[in-house]
Design a protein around this ligand. Structure first.
Ligand code: AMP
Length: 373
């Protein structure tokens, strides 16, 4: 058990690392982050930063020597780098978890082996052959390092598949059938060092242009649907031997069937609502799990809606924050990013409201008010 006063190392300095660092420091831990930028969102709130790429083994080893445990802000740290760090200090989640998850094809094979339901998929070395298996429309995704729709193409029934596929520039890829989902949900849970589990209220997610737009929690769902979603989350976390917070994103079909879309072995954008809405935030929970502490209470204290603030809102400079700050139920989170590019996640707002339909409507009004004319 690593008690407060100990030092947590974080690989990757984005917003997830930042919010984890804030939670850890509140609890009395020290934080050291590895990131290519000395002024990344996490470094701004950390005790120390090692500047280096996430693929830089020597820099990562330097970090390992300064900390009691290593964890991650992103799943895109090469598992081979993690293998080398495990010889120096505990890495949680382990290199083996990342090795299964970080390649979409390996992840899908793992899910198939577990008997978890997924969209029809196929390896995509030859695009025509892959489309022969999954049909059209299809989505072709790069196996590694894609996120927020980056490294994905959609192939429509009439499209020139080879020309579309060429846009991925020869990156290894998988093809998936396009799922006619009724909605998207995610299960966020934590698994501790002794296999103990804490499950958060289910999240209902809406994406825009492949980027998460809103999360509503708890998601309105039947008792049976909730049970099934939680079972899937639990089965995945246990089979991986995961330690920490994990998110399993799913598609819900019109008949209620759930298909796993993807697994993120870390805190997740659709769990941001827990900061404010739940007794223990996903960030504190992750720190507790990787430090071997007992898990905190995941119970919701209120309903909530989270809405992401994307770089497009900064087109004419800082958005008019009054539209957020004047609402007593709104909590503003900004990540300290200095380059607000279109499509980049810059922050989010959590609206604390038991009436989540009303909160969703408020979120849309707020985004309209923040959007440049
Ligand atoms: P991903 O990066 O795989 O999570 O994809 C981002 C978003 O794209 C998902 O949350 C969905 O909204 C959409 N998407 C991805 N894969 C599919 C699919 N097979 N069918 C329908 N929509 C998808």
């Amino acid at each position: 058990m690593i008690l407060p006063g100990g030092t947590v190392g974080v690989l990757g300095g984005g917003q997830l690392g930042r919010m984890m660092a804030l939670a850890a420091r509140r609890m009395g831990y020290r934080i050291v982050v590895l990131d290519p930028s000395a002024s990344c969102p996490t470094a701004q709130v950390s005790d120390d930063v090692v500047v280096g790429a996430l693929t830089d083994v020597e820099a990562a080893k330097q970090l390992a020597k300064k900390v009691d445990v290593i964890t991650l802000d992103t799943e895109h740290v090469p598992a081979d780098v993690l293998d080398q760090l495990e010889a120096i200090t505990p890495v949680r989640p382990a290199a083996s978890v990342l090795r299964t998850i970080q390649d979409r094809q390996t992840q899908k094979q793992f899910l198939d082996k577990l008997g978890m339901p997924q969209a029809k998929w196929a390896p995509c070395e030859d695009v025509d052959k892959a489309l022969g298996v999954v049909g059209r429309p299809a989505i072709v995704k790069v196996r590694r390092a894609g996120y927020d729709g980056k490294g994905q193409i959609r192939i429509e029934p009439g499209a020139d598949a080879k020309a579309e596929f060429a846009k991925l520039k020869g990156e290894p890829a998988v093809a998936e059938a396009l799922v006619p989902f009724a909605r998207e949900i995610s299960v966020i849970l934590a698994r501790g060092m002794r296999g103990e589990i804490a499950i958060y209220p289910l999240a209902e997610n809406v994406h825009r242009r492949h980027i998460l737009h809103t999360t509503r929690a708890p998601a309105p769902i039947s008792a049976q649907g909730k049970k099934r979603a939680e079972e899937i989350g639990l089965t995945v976390a246990e089979a991986l031997g995961h330690v920490g917070v994990i998110a399993v994103e799913m598609f819900e079909l019109p008949d209620g069937t759930l298909l796993v879309n993807e697994i993120a072995p870390r805190t997740h954008n659709s769990g941001h609502y827990t900061y404010g809405a739940c007794a223990t935030t996903q960030f504190e929970q992750h720190v507790r799990a990787v430090c071997g502490l007992p898990l905190g209470d995941p119970r919701a204290l209120t309903g909530a809606v989270m809405v992401n603030l994307i770089g497009d809102l900064w087109r004419d400079g800082a958005p008019p924050w009054r539209a957020v700050l004047e609402r007593p139920e709104a909590r503003l989170h900004l990540y300290g990013k200095d380059a607000p590019a279109p499509g980049r996640k810059m922050g989010h707002v959590v609206l604390l409201d038991d009436d989540t339909d009303r909160a969703l409507a408020t979120a849309e009004q707020m985004i309209t008010a923040l959007t440049p004319p």
